[in-house]
Each structure stands twice: as structure tokens, then as C-alpha cells.
Design a protein around this ligand. Structure first.
Ligand code: GLC
Length: 489
């Protein structure tokens, strides 16, 4: 019944064109799996200044789209290309998007993010309107796309083309809300009557995320554990009442893995391909990784990998606190990722202190991400909170053992290994402290000393299946739900 749904999928970041975090992976894989189920999916994102976008062959499908912004009209050009079987549309306006970053630099967000993303949201809807594109579902992701559901129920409420369109809003991380001063409302062209605590205002600010949560037809997040967590006062970032109000329209679907990309047998980025039946070549990848990062450790030394945005959310406070104690153990540590300037500096200091055992690259880099996933023995994710997390799922497929904090999707997918019954696919700690982190790492390192035991743990990860195939089917159901809710079925 879902087969021919027409889905518009909107995100500020989509791999390989722009990536700051795992949202980009989700936004490039899910549409692919939806379209393989027979849905007609078109993707929309801003046209950033990125080599991956510049080198793409694309067609300019609209030279001058007039986008309402406050009392003015601002020009957008629309480009079209392909991502797998999906059409992908890039919204172009150099003033807003011809920049090196998506949201801002490590020092802070761009000051005109309100204007940039209001423009983007409005441009998507104007383009659909102008081209009379057939639409059933508009699927929005995170705060930069959160005003689309608002506009659908206000500016565009009377447009017959959108009458039966349902909006789906996915919460990838509620810590990022897109909060702006009340004056920002003027750019939306919305009446001030909407600026009230039941609708667009939140603690006196214009809050995009909250707005999307209230105006979308259906709301979901990326693991059931995170869904539970964020409904508690402690973890709701103040949004608990909104979750209560929207309880009947709030769902969870755990993210999946694109095993066509994350497959050590065919992975083009790693030094030696290997299958789950024969993990010997994993050693070659470890050697390659040690060399690539310039570490001075032997291949016998356990190697810990981290690929992450460097921030407090990702657990860098307890990680940095653990470094002196960790360096007393026989280990190597490679870290890949950009992040808050504060954490980049702190981790750089640690690296300078232990140059033989710690190596860092401050990059978002696909090839290196794959090399770490294949070459490390342990993948460490000590997050303070983690809506879903994908790296632990990628690690399973590569026989790399995750050590994680039990929060959100991490706690849901990594099952603690127990010596007693010899079951479990990784190592898990609960308390958010360096003490707990170190204790659990030690446990893992002890198991690592016993190759047979370690093999068992790797194998239980290798048996896991977190394919998008399953998750995409759940989205199909969610879309159906959304349409029924919208169309009063
Ligand atoms: C955000 C979350 C991460 C999740 C990703 C994709 O980046 O922090 O946990 O996996 O979104 O949903």
C-alpha cells in the first residue's frame, strides 16, 4: 500500500555532500532504502561550498525562485542531481550557503542561521508549489528543517496541493534546538499571534525544534531508549510538556546500517578486505591504521579507535579525565573528528604528552573513518547521551568490539559481555564517570589478552543485523500512520 508514496526528504546535511555528524549518514541511506521499496523519494538540501557538491554533475532546474523572507523576496536557484535512485535538489543562494561549514565553526554557530534555514525551508515549499510536484509526505530532520511543518499549517494551509500532505519530523538530538530571539519571527512572515508558549515561543525565544514538534503531523526519534529518556524531566531539555501533549503522535524507529557501504568484504577504503568468516586480514588493517596515524605501538598492542564530534555530549570530559590512567595501560588510541575548540585543544595537549600512544586527526574523513572501524580492536563511545549512535553498529560488522556508555541507542544495541555465560557483543558502563569508563576498558583489555575469548566477542557482534531494510519498513508504516492522522482515517 505504501509502494507509490511520494516522499520529500529534507535535511541540512546529507552524505557525501555535507556531513557534520551521523545525521548525514541517515539522510543518505534511508531515502535509498525507501526508494528500493518502491517509494518515490526526492531529497532536498542547501547547496554548500563543498568539493563534493561542486564536482557533481547537476542540472539547473529553476534559475529564479522568489522566496518570501520577511517583507522581501529573496532569490533561490534550484539544482537537481541524483543520489542513487533518488532525485536530489540543491537550494542555492550563495549569500547563505557558499560557506565552508554547515552550521558554523568550532568557535560557534553562524549568526544568521535563523535567516539561512528559514530561507531554506521556505524555498523547498515554494519549489514544490511552483513545480506542482506530487507529494504525500514531507519528512523533516532536526531543527534546521523544523519550520516546514509550521509553514504547511500556516502560510500554505489553504493550498490544495498540500491539503493531504503529512509532515513527519525526526528528532535526531534534542540538545540542538535552534533558538533565536523573538525578532526572528519577522523573517517567517508569520503573525505574532503564533508567538506564544503553546506554539512558537519557548522561554521567551523563538525555538525551531519546539515549533516543529508541535506543528508536525507525526514525530519520531531514533531509538526507543532515547525516546524514553527524553520524556523524563531530567533529560527533556525542558520539552517534557510538549512530549506529553504529543504523546499519541510520537514514535521511535532505530537507525539502520547501509551494509552496501559498511562491508569489510568490499570496503574500498581499507587496506585489506576481509569476511566475517576469516578475520585474519583485520591485522593488516590494524598495521595500516597504526602507520597512517604515525603511532609507535606494535600490532599486538590493543588499539582503541574513536570517531566522533569532539564535544561534551560525546563524553570527552570523562575521556580526557581518563587519559593519564589509560596511558598507564598498554594501549594505543586514535581519534578522528572535528569539534568544539575547547576539546580540540585539550585532546591535542594529551596527544603531545603521549605522542607514541595517542594520535589525532581533526577531520571529518570518510576513508579514515572506515580505516578506524576496520583497524581498531576496540571502538570507544563514552557518550553522555546518544540518541542512536551508528559507529557501534558499523563496528559490529567489522569485528571491532564497542565499549560504550549505556545511554540511548548505545545501551539498546551493545550487550555487555559476561564471562559467566560467554555472551554479549561488547562492553558497557552505566555511570558517567572516568572511573566507570576505565573499569570497563580494563575489563575489555583483559578479555583481549585471551584471543579465543576475544574472537567469541567479535563473532557475536558479527552476527548482528541492523540493516536499514528493517528500519525502512518501519518508516513506511510511520508514513502511513501520518497520512491516516492527517487525512482523518
Ligand atoms: C545525531 C545523534 C546520533 C544519531 C544521529 C542520527 O547525530 O547524536 O546519536 O545516531 O543523529 O540519527
Amino acid at each position: 500500500m505504501n509502494q507509490h508514496l511520494k516522499v520529500i526528504y529534507v535535511s541540512a546535511e546529507i552524505y557525501p555532500f555535507a556531513k557534520s555528524g551521523e545525521l548525514a549518514d541517515v539522510a543518505s541511506s534511508l531515502p535509498k532504502y525507501l526508494s528500493s521499496m518502491g517509494m518515490d523519494v526526492s531529497i532536498f538540501m542547501p547547496k554548500y561550498r563543498k568539493p563534493e557538491v561542486e564536482s557533481l554533475s547537476m542540472e539547473r532546474v529553476m534559475g529564479e525562485l522568489q522566496v518570501p523572507l520577511g517583507s522581501e523576496k529573496v532569490k533561490a536557484s534550484i539544482y537537481k542531481s541524483e543520489l542513487g535512485k533518488c532525485d536530489i535538489y540543491f537550494i542555492d543562494n550563495p549569500k547563505y550557503f557558499w560557506r565552508d561549514y554547515i552550521y558554523g565553526t568550532g568557535r560557534g554557530e553562524y549568526l544568521d542561521n535563523d535567516e539561512r534555514f528559514i530561507f531554506f525551508n521556505r524555498a523547498v515549499l515554494e519549489y514544490l508549489l511552483k513545480t506542482k510536484m506530487a507529494v504525500d509526505i514531507i519528512h523533516c530532520n532536526s531543527w534546521p528543517t523544523a519550520l516546514i511543518p509550521v509553514f504547511l499549517k500556516t502560510h500554505y494551509a489553504k493550498k490544495s496541493q498540500f491539503k493531504k500532505v503529512a509532515s513527519v519530523f525526526t528528532l535526531h538530538n534534542i540538545a540542538y534546538q535552534g533558538e533565536f530571539p523573538p525578532e526572528t519571527l519577522a523573517l517567517t512572515g508569520l503573525n505574532w499571534k503564533y508567538f506564544n508558549p503553546k506554539q512558537l515561543s519557548f522561554n521567551g525565544k523563538f525555538n525551531f525544534l519546539k515549533a516543529g514538534m508541535i506543528f508536525s503531523d507525526v514525530l519520531n526519534t531514533v531509538s526507543s531508549a532515547y525516546k524514553k529518556e527524553i520524556q523524563t524531566e531530567k533529560n527533556s531539555f525542558g520539552l517534557e510538556d510538549i512530549f506529553k501533549d504529543r504523546k499519541d503522535a510520537f514514535f521511535s524507529i532505530r537507525n539502520g546500517v547501509d551494509y552496501e557501504i559498511w562491508n569489510p568484504e568490499t570496503d574500498p577504503y581499507i587496506a585489506a578486505n576481509y569476511s566475517s568468516a576469516n578475520l585474519k586480514a583485520k591485522k593488516k588493517n590494524k598495521r595500516d591504521l597504526i602507520k597512517e596515524f604515525g603511532l609507535s605501538i606494535s600490532t599486538k598492542t590493543p588499539l582503541i579507535g574513536i570517531v566522533s564530534y569532539l564535544s561534551s555530549q560525546k563524553g570527552f570530559d570523562i575521556l580526557l579525565e581518563s587519559v593519564p590512567e589509560l596511558m598507564k595501560m598498554k594501549v594505543g588510541l586514535v581519534v578522528l573528528g572535528k569539534g568544539d575548540e575547547k576539546y580540540e585543544n585539550l585532546i591535542l595537549n594529551a596527544q603531545k604528552k603521549y605522542p607514541k600512544k595517542i594520535a589525532i586527526k581533526f577531520e571529518v574523513n570518510t576513508a579514515l573513518t572506515h580505516k578506524i572501524t576496520a583497524g581498531a580492536d576496540i571502538f570507544l563511545i563514552p557518550s553522555l547521551y546518544e540518541p542512536c549512535g551508528l559507529n557501534q553498529l558499523y563496528s559490529f560488522r567489522y569485528g571491532t568490539v564497542p565499549v560504550v556508555r549505556a545511554t540511548g541507542g548505545l545501551g539498546e544495541t551493545v550487550k555487555p559481555f559476561s564471562l559467566k555465560n560467554q555472551k554479549g557483543n561488547g562492553f558497557v558502563f552505566k555511570e558517567y564517570s572516568s572511573r566507570a569508563l576505565l573499569k570497563t576498558l580494563k575489563k575489555a583489555l583483559n578479555c583481549y589478552k585471551d584471543p579465543e575469548l576475544w574472537q567469541k566477542i567479535m563473532e557475536s557482534g558479527l552476527r548482528e543485523n541492523f540493516s536499514w531494510k528493517l528500519a525502512a519498513r518501519k518508516y513506511a508504516k510511520l508514513y502511513q500512520n501520518a497520512l491516516e492522522m492527517k487525512r482523518g482515517g
